[in-house]
Design a protein around this ligand. Structure first.
Ligand SMILES: [Zn+2]
Length: 372
């Protein structure tokens, strides 16, 4: 039994000042047990552990090839910065490399290092490919997708695709039928096609605004289609580079914190500083914390952590702390179908939490009741 006393407990509907009781790695009602360790938080905020549904790596390591050492290093880096639940995202790779990575990442998901795999590609629009290698993009291939689902052994959780490609809507339906979240992204779809994808079962818009047909007042495209659809969760890369604070504010106002999922889209350079890196075989230069394709202007992921995304939402965007916490934890947890276990500091859920300092930075992190 552990009791966190004098805590500002950040809940989905507001902040409650009091005690948080933890037993056997789970948050429990105050009356469920007694005794044990008492930690006085001196009035500091406690937020639920962050859930990052879109991240490629960190600490110099990438999820791309599924190599266990690198996956562990990247996940540990983000865990230390508050991400207690993470998907591992892969950018478009050659078919065999993709298959090997999915199989290897499935092992690490069984172990609990990651919460599953997100395939960002390979069925993306060439005109909206961002930092993906255009020569590796393919049109939707149901047979290949089914093979990847098999290799993922239940741990392939999400696939980002452009629904306007030939067979795109069939792939959305196939994903929805097999329990893989179809996410609309890297897309040039007009609004009608994006709406058709959501009607076919797609439930996420991948990094809203980035790498998709922009919002136009006479053709709202995937942005309007996603924001207007109450079934859809929209990802936002809140790093101050991909989307400016005014537009993040707009998304929160339009979709609400229960449908905005803060993500990092971080790549290997997160936590490493400026330098030269690789993302899915593409050369990436990081200068002043901005990751760009070498010699170009395409943004190649971010270098932030979820702690940065959360803090920026409060400090730069003006989102109330409980709504920023919701967007960083409960909303992605719900989108991934794991909100009965994680996403909020409520009895019965895993004791995954973050104690913040007075400046809303991470002081320390607990996962399943153990301080990391
Ligand atoms: Zn990404």
């Amino acid at each position: 039994m552990t009791v966190l006393t004098d805590a500002r407990i950040v809940l989905p509907d507001g902040v409650r000042h009091g005690d948080l009781h933890i037993s056997d790695g789970t948050i429990v009602e105050a009356t469920a047990a007694s005794g044990g360790e008492v930690i006085d938080l001196g009035g500091r905020h406690v937020v639920p552990g962050f859930v990052d549904m879109h991240v490629h790596g960190g600490a110099g390591a990438s999820y791309q090839l599924g190599r266990p050492d690198g996956v562990r290093r990247a996940a540990a880096y983000h865990l230390a910065h508050g991400t207690t639940t993470t998907l591992a995202s892969l950018v478009t790779g050659p078919p065999d490399e993709f298959a090997d990575a999915v199989a290897s990442l499935a092992d690490l998901a069984s172990e609990g290092v990651i919460a599953g795999v997100h395939l960002e590609g390979p069925y993306l629009a060439p005109g909206r490919c961002g930092a993906h290698n255009p020569s590796l993009l393919r049109v939707p291939d149901l047979a290949e997708f089914r093979r990847l689902v098999r290799l993922g052994r239940g741990h392939l959780r999400m696939i980002t695709l452009a629904p306007e490609l030939p067979g795109g809507l069939d792939l959305v339906r196939e994903a929805a039928d097999t329990g893989v979240i179809a996410a609309v992204g890297h897309t040039d779809a007009p609004g009608a096609t994006a709406r058709a994808a959501f009607d076919a079962g797609a439930r996420v818009a991948t990094h809203l605004f980035n790498a998709m047909r922009p919002l136009h007042h006479r053709e709202g495209g995937p942005v309007a289609a996603a924001v207007n659809d109450p079934r859809v969760t929209v990802e936002l890369i809140n790093d101050g580079v991909h989307v400016e604070p005014a537009v993040v504010r707009l998304a929160f106002a339009a979709a609400g914190p229960s449908r905005v999922a803060l993500i990092t889209d971080a790549m290997a350079a997160a936590g490493m500083g400026d330098g030269d890196y690789s993302l899915g075989g593409m050369d990436v230069e990081v200068r002043d914390g901005r990751a760009l394709l070498a010699g170009g202007t395409s943004i190649a992921g971010s270098t932030i952590t979820m702690a940065d995304a959360f803090r920026r939402a409060v400090r730069d965007v003006g989102v109330p702390v409980h709504q920023a916490a919701e967007a960083a934890s409960l909303t992605p947890a719900r989108a991934l179908g794991i909100s009965s276990r994680v996403g909020s500091l409520e009895p019965g859920k895993d004791a995954d939490l973050i104690v913040l300092d007075d400046d809303l930075r991470v002081a320390w992190v607990m996962k399943r009741g153990i301080r990391v």
